[in-house]
Design a protein around this ligand. Structure first.
Ligand code: UDP
Length: 342
């Protein structure tokens, strides 16, 4: 898990600043876009504290900024860090990206997943309520569950599978995070913004817990079979991490975003078969593309949404946002990064 706290020398226009000219941002995250967010906050002149238990990230992800004197890192869990309240007290904005991520992790550690999501968010919101600082909660397109409407807009239903299928615990726990955040906003006056990420990809993402792009790229570079799950005709809409971070940063600073939910994604749709073929072509790999049934890839009776496409009209309208990085560019960046890692 990671946390970042930022303080800028002066308040930016539209910044939800609590104390005159002094503006501070605190962000914390386990989701790997937090590393990019930290860099963006530092580049904009803020002070940042990152709290991360490094369960799904690497300290080296912050190598480029580790000597920046406006950065403090604490490699600890947000559930245990005794200074969490203190950091939040000193902050104007918390970017709460701490969450369990990756389908495999959720299946392997369901208790940790639910606790990290629900208890972590509860801790952050309680502290934010005392400090009255803005909280941006990173949520996920998983909250739409099995709703396959195209495209999905923020007010569409979440359709979840049965509780005996632990995959859905992630979706439901993130939905609780959203409910809790919106409730704190309405009942306790905490400025909360919810951002729902749709398949964020880019360099530095780990593939260990199932994320498809780093897995395909590593398999292709190693000449191993590229493992497409199911028939591969399921679609996803991948979003470059730079676009995800730009939207997150922008919404965290935008007073009109408070109390609202935003899809953060890219409308471009691709099947997993097409993705595998693209990765194979871009890496010039000889890897074979193989199809693995879901119950062998995950567990018996595994369910996942067939398609998931965001409607980003609200984001466009609020921030004048257009995704800037196309899939091929992101894949090239991931391939270059993974080649450098060896
Ligand atoms: N997937 C795949 N091969 C892999 C890993 C994932 O075919 O090695 C598929 C997965 O079943 C899903 C899609 O790729 O249909 C995206 O998976 P990911 O875990 O990246 O994100 P999700 O949309 O499931 O949260």
């Amino acid at each position: 898990m990671a946390t970042a706290w930022t303080r800028s020398p002066r308040s930016a226009a539209g910044w939800p600043c609590r104390s005159g000219e002094a503006s501070s941002v605190w962000s914390y995250a386990k989701k790997w876009p937090s590393f990019y967010l930290t860099e963006a906050l530092l580049a904009a002149g803020h002070e940042v504290t990152v709290i991360d238990d490094l369960s799904t990230g690497r300290a080296s992800n912050l190598k480029a900024v580790e000597s920046n004197e406006r950065l403090t890192t604490r490699w600890a869990s947000i559930l245990q860090d005794e200074r969490l309240d203190k950091f939040i007290e000193q902050s104007d904005v918390v970017f709460h990206l701490a969450a369990a991520v990756g389908v495999r992790l959720i299946l392997e550690k369901p208790v940790d997943t639910i606790e990290a999501n629900v208890l972590g968010t509860d801790r952050v919101l309680k502290a934010a309520a005392r400090a009255q600082c803005t909280v941006v909660i990173a949520s996920t397109s998983e909250v739409y569950g099995k709703n396959e409407r195209v495209p999905l807009s923020e007010e569409d239903d979440g359709v979840f599978g049965p509780t005996v299928k632990s995959r859905w615990s992630y979706a439901v726990s993130k939905a609780i995070d959203e409910f809790l955040g919106l409730a704190y906003c309405r009942d306790r006056g905490v400025p909360v913004v919810i951002v729902r990420y749709f398949n964020t990809i880019g360099p530095r993402q780990v593939g260990r817990y199932g994320m498809v792009v780093p897995r395909f790229v590593r398999q292709a570079l190693a000449g191993e079979p590229i493992t497409v799950y199911g028939d591969g005709e399921q679609t996803r809409s991948f979003t470059d991490v730079q676009d995800t971070v730009r939207a997150t940063f922008g919404l965290g600073l935008h007073a009109a975003a408070v109390g609202q939910v935003f899809n953060v994604g890219n409308g471009h749709v691709v099947t997993i078969n097409e993705l595998a073929a693209k990765v194979k072509a871009l890496t010039e790999s000889r890897s074979e593309i193989v199809h693995v049934p879901f119950d062998r890839a995950y567990e018996a009776g595994f369910e996942e949404p067939r398609q998931r496409v965001p409607d980003i009209t609200k984001l466009r309208r609020t921030l004048d946002f257009t995704p800037a990085v196309d899939l091929e560019t992101t894949l090239r960046n991931v391939i270059e990064f993974e080649r450098r890692q060896g």
